[in-house]
Structure formats: C-alpha cells, structure tokens
Design a protein around this ligand. Structure first.
Ligand SMILES: O=C(O)CCC(=O)C(=O)O
Ligand SMILES: [Fe+2]
Length: 209
C-alpha cells in the first residue's frame, strides 16, 4: 500500500501552533505535530493493523451502519458497548503508545482510551455531537490526531446563534487539543464531501475511568 502523499505545501516541517479564540472553549491546533515521515509510517500501519469495526445504530427500528469504521484502544482489554454494537476495547499497541507519549509531553494528563475513526472516502462523516457525558463535558481533555486526507473539523456553539461556525482543516500529522468546557459549549462534526478524496484516520485520546 502506498504511503499518503503529502502535498508540497506542507514540506516545511515546523510545528505551527494556533490558538482559537472561541467563547467558552479552549481549542489549540498544532500543525506538523508529527513529522511527515512519522505520519506516513503511522498512517500506513494504523490503516493495515487496526481491527476496524462497523458499528451500527437503531433508527426507527432499523439497524443502520455508521458512516465510518471505528476501533477502541485503552489501558485494559474489555468488552464495551459504545453504540448498539458490542465492541472490544483493545490494549494499547506500539503505534498508539508512541503517539500517546508524544501528546502527554504537551498536556498534563494520562489518557486511558483512544477512539480510532476511519473515513474511507468523502461519504464517511461524523454528524454534530459533543464528546464526553454529563459532568465530564465541563472539564475534559480530548487530543485529536489526524492522518491522511485533510477534512474540515467544524465547530458550532450549542446555543449562541450570533457566533459563526468555525472550520479547522485537520491535516496529516496534526494535533487538535480541546480542553476545559469546550465539549459543554460547542458541538463538532466532520461533514461529507462530494470531492474525490483520500482516506482519513482520526484518533481521539480521552480520559475515561
Ligand atoms: O474525525 C474527527 O476529526 C472527529 C471524530 C470525533 O469527533 C469523534 O470520534 O468523537
Ligand atoms: Fe467527537
């Protein structure tokens, strides 16, 4: 399988940090968080070695496939029910531990889980939602790492109509940190696109006990 082709535009490898000034949110983007070589190797390895699963949801009594493939990894191996589908949380592998350690140098938290999403093409997506449940939304750290195609990560405030939607392009090797009460005040999504695009893998490291 071919490694992901990085456009020339991103051939400079400097880490670039952007802090988004959004009311009630704490969102920071690190472009080139991982080098192109690291990102190419990890993309290929995660694509090939992850036990990708098709999760399903019941809508009007019908089982519907989620428009993406997923996998859970974490500190312990166990059965979990995240959606309607019974899935397994797998033990961290070397690739994920490598990425997790790099992120933990940036933020003072030990992540316990990671959700991997595989967007096979532009038809795959994730609709508006907030991460975490209940009280955890008021104070959480979500570290989101992307490999493959750049897709816009859209953010919108849950109630304030006066605030514009924000589109953050998440490129190969980027890290997006969402902290504090971001999940309480803002929703996010990855829209579908008609454009012919390469696959994309996204990893969200989370703290869930
Ligand atoms: O693919 C992404 O960038 C976001 C994934 C996401 O929001 C989630 O899995 O909760
Ligand atoms: Fe999410």
């Amino acid at each position: 399988m071919k490694a992901f082709n990085q456009p020339d535009l991103f051939s400079t490898e400097e880490v670039r940090k952007t802090v988004y000034d959004l009311p009630g949110a704490d969102v920071i983007l690190f472009e080139n968080f991982l080098s192109i070589e690291e990102s190419n190797t990890l993309y290929k390895s995660l694509l090939e070695n992850t036990p990708w699963q098709q999760e399903q949801i019941i809508i009007h009594g019908k089982l519907i496939d989620y428009p993406r493939l997923t996998a859970w990894f974490g500190d312990v191996e166990k059965d979990i029910t995240y959606t309607e589908t019974k899935s397994k949380m797998h033990l961290w592998n070397a690739d994920l531990l490598f990425i997790k350690n790099r992120i933990e140098k940036e933020v003072d938290i030990k992540f316990t889980r990671c959700l991997l999403n595989y967007y096979r093409d532009g038809k795959d997506s994730v609709d508006w939602h907030q991460d975490c449940k209940g009280e955890q939304r008021k104070n959480s750290v979500i570290a989101s790492v992307t490999f493959g195609a750049t897709r816009p990560f859209q953010l919108k405030h849950v109630s304030r109509k006066d605030l514009n939607r924000v589109d953050i392009p998440l490129a190969h090797g980027s890290l997006l940190l969402m902290q504090a009460a971001t999940q309480q005040h803002w929703k996010h999504k990855i829209p579908k696109t008609q454009k012919p695009i390469q696959p994309r893998i996204n990893l969200t490291f989370r703290w869930i006990n």
